[in-house]
Design a binder for this molecule. Structure first.
Ligand code: CTP
Length: 404
């Protein structure tokens, strides 16, 4: 998503300016070209040298820099930008932008750009809550600026409150989402499931599987980055919730089925990456089962086949976790569950399947076309799946981008 994107990162005079180094670093590592503009106040907090080293690019700190590579700087920076991000943004820069003041390089660039602008405020709670700041932010929002945060937490004053710079994960996630607006899945609603369902045995124990949820989360983020509205129905995982995605947490197969039925009413596609438990105890014990002298027999019953039974006007994509006869078994599931595509993975390989960051999959479509992909990162697999999903979706009547 961020590869080859040109991002202007504006940094203003907040104690949170040091966090902008991490933002610049993550964007650069993801392949973006990051042009940093620092206000005079920002360089009191952190040196431009830091950003020069992190981004490998010149850092703009002055309105008129005769040695700069940019011709008329604010114009060329503004024109080249795919997105402008101001993080951290002080009350002062927010006020200046709301008033249309252009007395420094950052303001000039923001006013001159046609690219989307993301603002991540950071300031003391009272400054943030002040009606003047609130009015200024509302004005920027009305002009389509995307405001992220601020978050609650520890502030430079030593107090706790609202005003902390939003989490870096939040900022980067929002940047990806904004860059993806108007992408090939704009105006679409994609439902993704993830994780391994948990079927209770008693109040402390359950039956589950080794699913990490990584594949489903990568699909949710990938669909978001193509402009889709995404709902992620997830069984418990240790992963943080993806930014810019509606997340519904569920426990059991039955809860997942209910949630999927509810959210697919207006969906364009359902991608079931969840590892749904096939069996559950007939009755979960109300009290903790005590250790006995002899063994314990659990009586199990089948869970509902969500993908096989859910109905609606959307395309269905399944995953097939196989330890043998990969293609044959996957083809059987594709037919039996009425799928448009099935993504089969061999779970016996140590670098593919449950818990790993990579997957080696074979994608099979309804026409029987078999595409065996090499070992890829799960996000890359997600992108390959989404390429196909985008092609399979019927042409929409109107394509309005989803509002963020
Ligand atoms: N699936 C589902 N509901 C279930 C079981 C599976 O919706 N109760 C979905 C999975 O999310 C996946 C696809 O069906 O997209 C295939 O799942 P898999 O576990 O590979 O196959 P099963 O249908 O469970 O068959 P088997 O366990 O016999 O291989």
């Amino acid at each position: 998503m961020l590869r080859n994107k040109t991002i202007v990162l504006g940094i203003t005079g907040s104690i949170a300016a040091y966090k902008a180094a991490e933002i610049a670093s993550q964007l650069t590592q993801a392949g973006a070209k990051v042009n940093v503009i620092m206000t005079e106040e920002a360089i009191q907090f952190i040196s431009p040298v830091t950003f020069r080293a992190i981004t490998g690019r010149p850092v703009v700190t002055e309105m008129f820099d005769l040695a700069s590579e940019f011709s008329i700087e604010h114009v060329s920076l503004a024109e080249a930008a795919d997105i402008v991000v101001v993080a951290p943004a002080t009350a002062n820069i927010i006020a200046k932008l709301a008033a249309g003041i252009a007395d420094d390089m950052l303001c000039c660039t923001v006013l001159a750009t046609k690219a989307p602008v993301v603002i991540a405020p950071a300031m003391e709670t009272n400054m943030y809550n002040n009606p003047i700041t609130q009015d200024n932010l509302a004005k920027l929002e009305a002009h389509d600026f995307v405001i992220i945060g601020p978050a609650m937490g520890w502030l430079a004053s030593g107090k706790e409150g609202l005003g902390r710079l939003a989490d870096i994960r939040d900022i980067i996630g929002n940047i990806c989402q904004v860059l993806g607006r108007g992408g090939e899945l704009a105006g679409r609603h994609i439902v993704v499931t993830a994780g391994g369902t948990q079927e209770p045995i008693d109040p402390v124990r359950y039956i589950s599987n080794r699913s990490s949820g990584k594949m489903g989360y990568a699909l949710a983020e990938g669909a978001r980055d193509r402009g889709a509205k995404v709902t992620l129905v997830t069984a418990p995982t240790s992963l943080p919730e993806p930014v810019g995605v509606d997340v519904i947490q569920v426990g059991t197969a039955q809860e997942m089925r209910q949630a999927v039925e509810n959210v697919t009413l207006r969906a364009d596609a359902l991608i079931m990456a969840a590892a749904v438990a096939d069996y559950r105890p007939i009755k979960a014990a109300k009290d903790k089962i005590k250790k006995g002298k002899v063994g314990l027999t659990l009586e199990l019953e089948g869970t509902p086949d969500i993908l096989g039974t859910v109905k609606g006007n959307f395309i269905k994509v399944g995953f097939a976790a196989e330890s043998s006869n990969l293609v044959e078994n996957a083809k059987g599931k594709l037919k039996q569950k009425g799928l448009a595509l099935i993504v089969a993975n061999d779970i016996t390989a140590s670098d593919s399947g449950f818990g790993t960051d990579t997957n080696r999959v074979t994608i099979i479509d309804r026409e029987g076309k078999i595409d065996s992909l090499p070992l890829l990162r799960k996000r890359e697999v997600a992108d390959k799946v989404l390429d196909r999903v985008a092609k399979l979706l019927p042409k929409p009547k109107s394509r309005r981008p989803n509002k963020i």
